[in-house]
Design a binder for this molecule. Structure first.
Ligand code: BES
Ligand code: ZN
Ligand code: ZN
Length: 477
C-alpha cells in the first residue's frame, strides 16, 4: 500500500503532528503552539470547526478535536470519517509523514487512524505512470499515547486485510482467473501461517462437484476449490468455524446473459464473498486469535461458452441433489451448494457463507447493509449484529420461513435454482439451506461490496466489506 504505520514514543523536532483533543484537553495543545496559534485554534473551535492545520517553520501541526456524542458506536464512525477527511488536509499541506498524538480523555485514535488508513487506499496497478497519482502520505507514526503496541498491530492487520480484499475485488478477470485467485490465496496463507490446499479441475471432477463444474462448463479457464485452515494450538472451539465465499471471478450471467453497462460492467466483483472468506482468515491468523477457522472457496467464471450449461439442464451436485437450472445467472448458489456440502465433513460449530448472491438483496438495502439469514441460534446472530454495528458494517435479518422453500420445487428434479419473481434474496438463501445440516448463517453482500461513487473511508469500487466484521466477531467469540 506504500503507507507505513510505526509506533513511536518520542517526538522529533520536524515531525508533522496530529494532535487529537477534546474540549477539556484543548489546553494541552499549548505545548506545541505559540500563544497566537493557540488562540486562533480556540476561536475556530468555538465556531464549530473540528479540524485545523497550522503551518509552522519546519512542520505543520494538525489538530483533530472530538465532537462528543452520547452514543459510542456513532462516535466511532464519526471518527473514522474524520480520519478520512484529514487526508484532504494532509494533501493540501503536501506532507508525507505525520505523528499522531492523543491528548483527549477518551481515546478515539484507533478509529481515526482506521478511517485514515482505509481512506488512503489506492488501486493504481493499471496506470502506466503511477507516480503523479500516488498519495503523498507515506508514513504515520503512532505515539504511545494514541495506541499501544497491541492496538497498533490490530490496526495494521485489519487495514491490511481489508485493503487486500479490496484489491482482489478490483482486479479484473483479465488478471484474476479462478486459478490466479487461488494463487493469491496461497500468498496470503503463506504470509499468515495458514495451511492451504487448492483442488484443481481434475480433483474437483473426481469429487463430482457438479455445481461448480456446471457453472464452469462455458469457460475456457478451469475452476478451483481452495481450503484454508488456521488451527491454533490452544483453540477455544473444539469444532471449527467454517467460512465459505462465493468466488465467481466474473459473472456474465452465462447463457441467461446479463445486459452490459448497467449490470455486467462490475461483475468482476462477484468474488467479493471469496475475498471476505480469505482475507478474514488471513487477519485472524495474523492476529493469532485462539479460534480454529477453515475457509472454503469455490471459484470459476460464469460464461456462455460453447459447452455452457443451459436453462433446463439438470445438474447433480456434490451432495447428490439434482438441481434443475432455470437461470444460468443464478450460478452463485450452484457453486456454494458444493462448498456447503463439503463443509458437513468438517463437523463445524458454525458455518458462515458470504456471497454477492442476489440483485434482490442489493435492491432491498442498497450499499448500506448486509442482508443475512440462517438457522444459527439467537445469541450468535445477536453477536454478529453487534459486530456489525460497531464496525459499521450493519446487518439486517431476512426470514427463512418454510413457505419460501416451496417456491423452489421443480417438476423434474429435487429442487430448481430460481424461485419466483419476489423475495429473491430469501429463495436464494433457502436454496443454500438445502445443502446444510449445521448451524449456519448466509450473508448476501451484493449491495455493499462494490460502490460506484466514493463513500468516505470505504472509497470507491471494492470496499472490502465483511472483513472487519468477521474479524471483530471472531475476536469476541
Ligand atoms: N452476481 C449476481 C448478483 C449481483 C447482482 C451481485 C448485483 C452484485 C450486484 C448473481 O449471480 C445473480 O445474477 N443473481 C440473479 C439471480 C436470479 C437469476 C434468480 C439476480 O439476483 O438477478
Ligand atoms: Zn449471476
Ligand atoms: Zn453472480
Amino acid at each position: 500500500m506504500g503507507l507505513t504505520l510505526a509506533g513511536a514514543s518520542k517526538v522529533a523536532k520536524n515531525d508533522n503532528l496530529l494532535l487529537i483533543t477534546d474540549g477539556e484537553n484543548l489546553q494541552k495543545c499549548n505545548e506545541y503552539l505559540s500563544d497566537s496559534e493557540f488562540s486562533a485554534l480556540a476561536s475556530s473551535k468555538k465556531k464549530g470547526a473540528t479540524q485545523f492545520a497550522l503551518p509552522q517553520a519546519n512542520r505543520t501541526i494538525f489538530v483533530q478535536s472530538i465532537k462528543e456524542s452520547d452514543c459510542a458506536i456513532r462516535q466511532k464512525e464519526v471518527m473514522r470519517k474524520e480520519g478520512n477527511e484529514l487526508l484532504d488536509l494532509f494533501k493540501y499541506s503536501k506532507i508525507d509523514n505525520v505523528h499522531v498524538i492523543n491528548l483527549a480523555k477518551e481515546n478515539f485514535a484507533f478509529e481515526l487512524l482506521e478511517g485514515m488508513v482505509l481512506g488512503n487506499y489506492q488501486f493504481l496497478k493499471y496506470f502506466k505512470n503511477t507516480e503523479p497519482k500516488k498519495n503523498l502520505l507515506k508514513k504515520i507514526k503512532v505515539h504511545s499515547s494514541a495506541l499501544n503496541k497491541k492496538e497498533l498491530d490490530r490496526l495494521k492487520i485489519i487495514t491490511d486485510a481489508t485493503c487486500a480484499a479490496r484489491t482482489l475485488v478490483n482486479e479484473p478477470l483479465s488478471y484474476l482467473t479462478a486459478e490466479r485467485l487461488s494463487e493469491e490465496f496461497k500468498t496470503l496463507s503463506k504470509e499468515a501461517g495458514i495451511k492451504v490446499e487448492v483442488y484443481k479441475k481434475k480433483k474437483i471432477t473426481s469429487l463430482k462437484m457438479g455445481g461448480l463444474l456446471s457453472v464452469n462448463k462455458g469457460s475456457v479457464d478451469p475452476p478451483t476449490f481452495t481450503i484454508m485452515e488456521y488451527k491454533p494450538a490452544k483453540a477455544k472451539n473444539k469444532k471449527p468455524i467454517v467460512l465459505v465465499g462465493k468466488g465467481v471471478v466474473y459473472d456474465t450471467g452465462g447463457l441467461s446473459l446479463k445486459p452490459t453497462s448497467n449490470s455486467m460492467d462490475f461483475m468482476k466483483s462477484d468474488m467479493a464473498g471469496a475475498a471476505i472468506a480469505a482475507c478474514s482468515i488471513y487477519a485472524i491468523a495474523r492476529a493469532k486469535l485462539p479460534i480454529h477457522v477453515i475457509s472454503l472457496i469455490p471459484a470459476t467464471d460464469n460464461r456462455p461458452g460453447g459447452n455452457a450449461y443451459v436453462p433446463g439442464d439438470v445438474i447433480t451436485t456434490y451432495s447428490g441433489t439434482n438441481v434443475e437450472v432455470l437461470n444460468t445467472d443464478a450460478e452463485g448458489r450452484m457453486i456454494l451448494a458444493d462448498a456447503l456440502h463439503f463443509a458437513k465433513k468438517l463437523k463445524p460449530e458454525l458455518v458462515i457463507d458470504f456471497a454477492t448472491l442476489t440483485g434482490s438483496a442489493a435492491r432491498a438495502v442498497g450499499s448500506l447493509g448486509i442482508v443475512y439469514m440462517g438457522n444459527a441460534d439467537k445469541e450468535t446472530k445477536s453477536k454478529l449484529e453487534t459486530s456489525g454495528y460497531s464496525m459499521h458494517e450493519r446487518l439486517v435479518e431476512f426470514p427463512l420461513w418454510e413457505e419460501y422453500g416451496e417456491m423452489l420445487k421443480s417438476d423434474i428434479a429435487d429442487i430448481k435454482n430460481v424461485g419466483g419473481p419476489y423475495a429473491g434474496a430469501i429463495t436464494a438463501g433457502k436454496f443454500l439451506q438445502h445443502f446444510t445440516d449445521y448451524p449456519w448463517l448466509h450473508l448476501d453482500v451484493a449491495g455493499p461490496s462494490y460502490v460506484h461513487t466514493a463513500d468516505s473511508y470505504r472509497g470507491k469500487n471494492g470496499t472490502g466489506v465483511g472483513v472487519r466484521l468477521i474479524f471483530d466477531f471472531i475476536s469476541n467469540y
